[in-house]
Design a protein around this ligand. Structure first.
Ligand code: XIL
Length: 504
């Protein structure tokens, strides 16, 4: 095992490399120079103001009448990468003026703004501003320097710098691949977040291990629903829906290019769904919509999503969680939610009916829930699934399996898998992780044992089990990071749990 670990090489490199080409370029990023002109800086949103390079090689802006009249420049930032930004500014006209470095970013044709670094410049003094920016899911970035309380002053700046932070790159190493270990059993997968999906080397490592991926957040309604766009559409038709895909595109692109399957998560959920979805004209100040409007909105939502995916990424998304976590832990029956309140008891069945109507042929539809091993909850899930089966729109059941080494027991897990397997439905394990109290050898050994025991059970159901997916790869990026639940440590070294899956 030691040998295997040393074979697991980690290389440190700059993800962004020399991608930001410009004046004074090294592979750390950009620094303004102005020795040969304005270096692609331009007067943005400027009214009558203009920019010029001074003899001291600074960039001077004059003739402003608004705070946002500013010099700007396009930077090909990479979504997901964190950048350090700095600049020195000087002004001669006010006792003091407040400056900002801001970004104007564009996604799907819509521009929006963030202020990233701040500083107060006293009259005549060079003043440094610095800050960091983690580039979001946008396709264009303009960085600019503006004021917030001095719309009319002239100012100059020098030493504008943008540096991408060092990131670890994981090299595909000489360890067995889980997707190969289980190739005669089921697909083996993981959850991947937006941040991870924009890191090519990390994704190559993931794809070396996993042949199916679920976006950790990026296909939930709070990512896919375009609330502003929906509001605008609703003026004409309150059942219309606008959707957006910017945060899931990097994963879909990667999956399509590299032959990785994607599982969609999730169309209906009581969490991570904008409240606006449930209100007239998508305005939470308005009353709730009626059952008819909500179902019509959902119909449009699903159609928009399926149509887009089928057109741009045919065959990539192979299955969906149609409804997630509908059963309440305490009552063992449908939990209180806006879906439940507005549509009523049959909202899960209606969601499946609508999903079936729009899902391309062969895309499989799942109901997904947690704590399936706990009997009270299990009974509720079972009853719901039976009702759905009677209507014929459900293909399978997804066990989340967010567990802990102390709870539930492997026997309880086994009994729950057997009970759902007996329904004849397809099965998947959608979000497996097992928490431990600390990162000691003893805890990791117990964790490995439980992973191994669970896999032995799942392997027995290989004829029905389509995929087993962990909910993330490395402990440090887990949603339960403080409890070390995954197969790799924070430096992407395989943990005992990984080896337990290789040889359960
Ligand atoms: C979690 C994500 O991993 C987190 O990043 C997010 O903050 C909250 O949701 N059950 C589910 C998943 O179905 O969608 C949840 O994912 C974890 C629990």
């Amino acid at each position: 095992m030691r040998k295997r670990l040393t074979a697991w090489l980690l290389a440190v490199l700059l993800i962004m490399g020399g991608a930001i080409g410009c004046a004074q370029e090294d592979n750390m990023g950009y620094r303004s120079d102005f020795s040969a002109g304005t270096d692609e800086w331009y007067a943005r949103s400027m009214g009558d103001a203009s920019i010029s390079v001074t003899e001291e090689k600074t960039l001077l802006t004059v003739g402003r009448t608004d705070n946002w009249h500013s010099p700007g420049r396009d930077f090909p930032l990479q979504p997901g990468v964190t950048y350090e930004l700095s600049v020195e500014v000087r002004q001669e006209q006010a006792d003091e003026a407040r400056f900002m470095i801001s970004v104007a970013h564009t996604a799907g044709g819509t521009e929006s703004y963030e202020n990233l670094a701040f500083g107060n410049a006293k009259k005549g003094e060079w003043t440094a501003l610095s800050g960091t920016y983690q580039a979001g899911p946008y396709d264009r970035f303009v960085l600019y320097v503006e004021t917030s309380n001095a719309p009319e002053i002239d100012f100059e700046f020098r030493n504008f710098e943008v540096k991408g932070q060092m990131q670890k790159q994981v090299e595909a190493a000489d360890i067995p691949a889980l997707k190969d270990v289980y190739k005669d059993y089921f697909d083996f997968g993981t959850a991947v977040t937006f941040m991870e999906s924009t890191n090519k080397s990390l994704m190559d490592f993931y794809a070396s291990q996993f042949n199916i991926m679920t976006p950790g957040n990026e296909m939930k309604p709070d990512s896919l629903l375009d609330v502003t766009g929906s509001m605008i559409k609703s003026i004409k038709d309150d059942t219309a829906v606008a959707v957006k895909f910017n945060s899931v595109i990097p994963l879909l692109d990667y999956a399509q290019k590299n032959g990785v399957k994607v599982h969609g998560h999730t169309l209906v959920w009581h969490n991570q769904t904008p409240d606006a979805f449930f209100h007239e004209h998508y305005n939470t100040a308005n009353p709730l919509v009626t059952r008819e409007v909500l179902l019509a909105r959902f119909d449009n939502y699903v159609r928009e999503i399926m149509t887009y995916l089928e057109k741009k990424y045919p065959g990539v998304v192979v299955s969906w969680d149609v409804v997630n976590e509908a059963i309440d832990d305490q009552t063992g029956w449908l939990r209180e939610s806006k879906w439940y309140t507005i549509v009523g008891e049959d909202y899960v069945a209606r969601a499946f009916e609508i999903a079936r109507k729009h899902a391309p042929e062969g895309v499989l539809l799942f109901y997904n829930d947690y704590n399936t091993a706990i009997l009270g909850k299990q009974n509720g899930i079972y009853k719901l699934v039976e009702q759905l089966m009677a209507e014929g729109n459900i293909d399978g059941y997804g066990f989340q399996m967010h567990h802990d080494i102390k709870f539930p027991s492997v026997q309880q897990i086994e009994a729950s898998v057997k009970r759902f397997a007996d329904t004849g439905l397809l099965l998947r394990v959608s979000e497996l992780d097992i928490t431990v109290p600390d990162d000691s050898e003893v805890s990791f050994a117990r964790q490995a044992k439980m992973y191994g025991d669970i896999m032995k059970i799942l392997a027995q159901y290989k004829d029905q089990m389509l995929a087993v997916q962990v909910w993330g790869v490395s402990d440090n990026l887990s949603w339960r990071a403080s409890q070390y639940p995954l197969l790799f440590d924070g430096e992407s070294n395989p943990k005992p749990a990984f080896w337990a899956l290789v040889e359960p």
